[in-house]
Design a protein around this ligand. Structure first.
Ligand code: HEM
Length: 477
């Protein structure tokens, strides 16, 4: 018997050691982690930490030195102290992927209270666990490529053309792009076409978004006070729409939009309340509106500053126009025959980083590289730092859409995040951008009306809303 046990141990010991090693590495709660230290770094002044350095860097056209200096000193994962809290900052693409993919297991999304109060407690952004998974997939099911192809593309194309038809002389591109994306989103969510009501709602919305990046104390901040009041008016307006649509539905009227999908999803005997539906709609409008419109504006800015890319883009779209003859509306096959446009869209997303990164909180002790991230720590996965890291992309800080003709490797490229919270609007945003660029370059030539600078705080935008002078071209109509 003894011999048998010894023989058994001899055979199984290597396997056993391997298992123990695996558990040691992958179990974040393992005692060995106690020996590990948090990532190195500096936490700056008491209370404010390094917040002022970060803000002043991000208010310039070149915020990179803030990260570059710390990466050079401490490596791609370091500790800083910003916005009132010690924060582990990752400028490393692999670590970012790890953080995003472990949502719900090791990390949880964590939004500043200013944003959380304004989007509402039933928003997708704040949902957790299985309910989040269900609602995320419901959102995806209403913004995936099949739905866009069969249903949404027609509206996107029509609304973009409708807006561009009104352009003349000097326009503020940022404002125009916002109008277009708001109209697209409202159509997709609620089947509402542009009208006075939607334009008023949009103005209220802009006030809500302004409140995202200020101190969430109504007493101290007029912007925040205005945002809270505007949110109230937005939710009242949306409540009316939801109520009306419920009545319509009882009368047998069917619509094909996100609201109808929410009504139809009343499964498991769980019906969404109007409050839940309204919060959900508010957050979708928030998530898609500023992001897509800013990307549209910056694509045009980068193209204006890179004439050879603009010339190649025009060529691609003129070929599509010539092929289509008198047919104005873009179809799915047209969208699928825009390879260079996709390079421009990728490169714009890579270099502009509208969402510069995402905040998470460690829900348990987590081992990353040779460091230990203690439970409760705030973590910032910087998508921007990974996209602009010289090790990840050659000449990373130069707008070069041709790079995407050579590489399809997207491991370092995560403009829409990743894991369970990956942006459900990613296909929609790409299609909206491509359709917009098509109609823009085939209808207009333009020049920048003024020198305008990019800034990155509180959000990525151009300082003067990118004024351009447009001139109509003769198009095949
Ligand atoms: C260029 C345009 C866009 C960019 C760069 C972008 C980027 C992102 C990123 C990085 C995230 C992940 C946030 C996180 O992990 O915490 C996200 C989430 C989200 N995006 Fe987008 N987005 C864009 C357009 C849209 C559009 C058009 C929609 C509308 C359907 C949308 C809806 C959402 C929603 C609802 C979430 C939250 C998902 C969740 O928490 O489960 N986005 N987006």
């Amino acid at each position: 018997m003894e011999l048998f046990i010894s023989f058994f141990l001899l055979l199984t010991l290597p396997l056993f050691t391997l298992i123990i090693r695996y558990i040691t590495v992958s179990n974040p709660n393992n005692n060995n982690n106690n020996k590990l230290r948090p990532p190195p770094g500096a936490t700056g002044l008491p209370f404010i930490g390094e917040t002022l350095q970060l803000i002043s860097a991000y208010k310039t056209e070149n915020p990179e030195p803030f990260i570059d200096a710390r990466v050079a000193k401490y490596g791609t994962v370091f500790t800083t102290h910003v916005f009132g809290e010690r924060t582990v900052f990752s400028a490393d693409a692999e670590t970012n992927r790890f953080i995003l993919q472990n949502e719900g297991r090791l990390f949880e999304s964590s939004y500043p209270s200013s944003i959380a109060n304004l989007v509402g407690k039933h928003s997708l952004l704040l949902m957790r666990g299985s309910f989040h998974r269900r609602m995320h997939s419901l959102t995806m099911s209403f913004a995936n490529s099949t739905i866009i192809k069969d249903h949404l593309l027609v509206d996107i194309d029509r609304l973009v053309r409708r807006n561009l038809e009104m352009w003349t002389g000097r326009i503020l591109l940022m404002d125009e792009a916002k109008k277009i994306t708001f109209e697209l989103t409202l159509k997709q969510l609620l089947s509402i076409d542009p009208c006075e009501w939607s334009e008023n709602l949009r103005k209220e919305y802009m006030l809500v978004i302004e409140g995202f990046f200020c101190i969430p104390l109504p007493f101290f901040s007029l912007t925040y006070r205005r945002a809270i009041q505007a949110r109230k008016r937005v939710t009242e307006a949306l409540h009316l729409v939801v109520r009306e649509r419920r009545l319509e539905r009882e009368r047998g009227v069917k619509k094909n939009d996100m609201l109808a999908a929410l009504f139809d999803n009343d499964c498991d005997d769980v019906m969404f309340s109007d409050d839940e539906i309204v919060d959900f709609l508010v957050s979708l409008l928030v998530a898609g509106y500023d992001t897509t419109s800013t990307t549209m504006t910056l694509a045009v800015k980068f193209l204006t500053d890179t004439p050879s890319a603009l010339a190649q883009l025009k060529e691609e779209h003129e070929e599509i126009r010539a092929r289509k003859g008198a047919s104005l509306a873009l179809e799915w096959d047209d969208y699928k025959s825009m390879p260079f446009t996709q390079c421009v869209v990728n490169e714009t997303l890579r270099i502009s980083n509208i969402i510069s990164g995402v905040f998470r909180r460690a829900i348990t002790d987590v081992r990353i590289k040779d460091y230990m991230i203690p439970k409760g720590s705030k973590v910032f996965a910087s998508l921007r730092a990974a996209h602009l890291g010289q090790d990840n992309f050659e000449n990373a800080r130069v707008f070069n859409p041709w790079r995407w003709q050579k590489t399809s490797d997207s491991t370092n490229f995560m403009p829409f995040g990743g894991g369970p919270r990956r942006c459900p609007g990613h296909d929609l945003a790409r299609v909206a951008l491509s359709v917009f660029l098509h109609h823009l370059v085939t209808r207009f030539s333009w020049v920048a009306a003024e020198d305008d600078k990019l800034v990155f705080f509180p959000t990525t935008r151009t300082q003067k809303r990118y004024p351009i002078m447009v001139q109509r071209r003769n198009v095949v109509e």
